[in-house]
Unconditional design. Structure first.
Length: 368
């Protein structure tokens, strides 16, 4: 069995890695000045609890401000906690270290077997219910599918607030977007690249819930939480995968709503837009995109900055440069960027200002 230096492995993890892992575990993370804020997946299932799990970049430690008996812990203990809650798996520290190493694609340490090594059987992962297939390197992972019967319980064809944002009924019907009166939320089913139903997210219409838990959360019905690790799938790839090899391009937005707007502007037969459901592209998501043989990946993240050169602007620019450094050697990356701060309002997606505004951003995209 391989051995790893736990400290070297931890030092190899970047802020983007921590962010991607929290996304994968359903923590719906967001960046903060000190590091990352996440839902308390350390002691709650995804979609439950508060947003009181903080990760601090200066120490590399997590701190839970509610609910955890031992509130400060590192990445390995987080993995232990999450896999126990979400999958019923009990991992030793050594197994958690190997899990992180496998997830990161980190090579074993051949010279020092004294730190973080273990010889337990790898069979701990044979019963990993939500992940059915794991391969080395950039993992190809097949998530467990849910029964689609739940989708027939929602209302369809009714007027939704999203229609005011340029999303037409054709796109809503095509993507099976519905409404769940019992929770007053828009229902957004997620499918994998093969069209298998792997998760269900809701966009709450209740402001108080949105303020506390966020606008988007996995939906729970009859005791079943229809969650999935967002970082292990690309929303909309099942629709776009036929067109990406033809046009040699794919556009990656942050949210599902942008994909639906793109469909509304250009038709459901012409989709090359997908969503990573966050502000970072995980290694697994990148591999899923590269499997479609694009010659260009166009990143269309939300414009969070208010003025050119402000702190948020610098942070977003750094994020884009990080993506370029990480994935640029493998394909051409370009970015939809409001470089004159004249097209999009703050917090807007590249599709929020309409078709013409999107086309202007697309025409003048930045190619690094």
């Amino acid at each position: 069995m391989p051995f790893y230096d736990k400290d070297k492995l931890k030092a190899a993890l970047t802020v983007d890695d921590y962010f991607a892992l929290l996304e994968q575990f359903g923590g719906e993370p967001e960046r903060a000045s000190f590091g990352i804020i996440s839902a308390t997946i350390c002691h709650n299932p995804p979609g439950v609890g508060s947003r009181k799990l903080y990760w601090y970049s200066n120490s590399g430690l997590f701190h839970c401000y509610t609910g955890c008996e031992n509130p400060s812990f590192d990445i390995y203990e987080l993995v232990q906690k999450v896999l126990d809650i979400q999958e019923g798996q009990t991992l030793s520290v050594g197994q958690a270290i190997q899990w992180v190493a496998q997830w990161k694609g980190y090579a074993p340490d051949a010279t020092d077997q004294s730190l973080g090594g273990f010889s337990e059987d790898w069979t701990i992962f044979q019963n990993y219910d939500r992940i059915k297939e794991v391969s080395r390197g950039l993992n190809h992972i097949r998530l467990e599918a849910y029964n689609t019967d739940i989708l027939y319980r929602f209302n369809y064809g009714m007027k939704l607030p999203w229609e005011k944002d340029g999303i037409n009924q054709e796109a809503l019907a095509f993507a099976d977007i519905g409404y769940f009166p019992g929770q007053d939320c828009i229902t957004i089913p997620h499918f994998d690249a093969d069209g298998r139903f792997i998760g269900l997210r809701g966009r709450t219409m209740i402001k108080e819930i949105a303020d506390i838990y966020g606008k988007y959360r996995p939906i729970k019905v009859n005791g079943i939480l229809y969650t999935h690790p967002l970082g292990l799938n690309v929303y909309g790839l099942n629709w776009a995968k036929e067109n990406i090899p033809l046009l040699k391009k794919v556009i990656v937005f942050e949210g599902e709503k942008s994909v639906l707007q793109y469909m509304s502007y250009f038709g459901t037969d012409n989709v090359i837009a997908v969503a990573c459901c966050g502000s970072s592209i995980s290694e697994h998501q990148f591999q899923l995109l590269m499997d479609q043989n694009p010659q260009e990946i166009i990143v269309g993240f939300d414009k969070d900055f208010e003025t050119l050169g402000d702190k948020v602007f610098e942070k977003q620019m750094k994020n884009c440069l990080g993506l370029q450094k990480k994935y640029g050697p493998y394909t051409q990356l370009s970015f939809l960027w409001d470089k004159h701060n004249s097209i999009l309002p703050q917090k807007a997606s590249p599709t929020d200002a309409g078709k013409d505004a999107f086309l202007e951003l697309f025409k003048n995209r930045i190619i690094l």
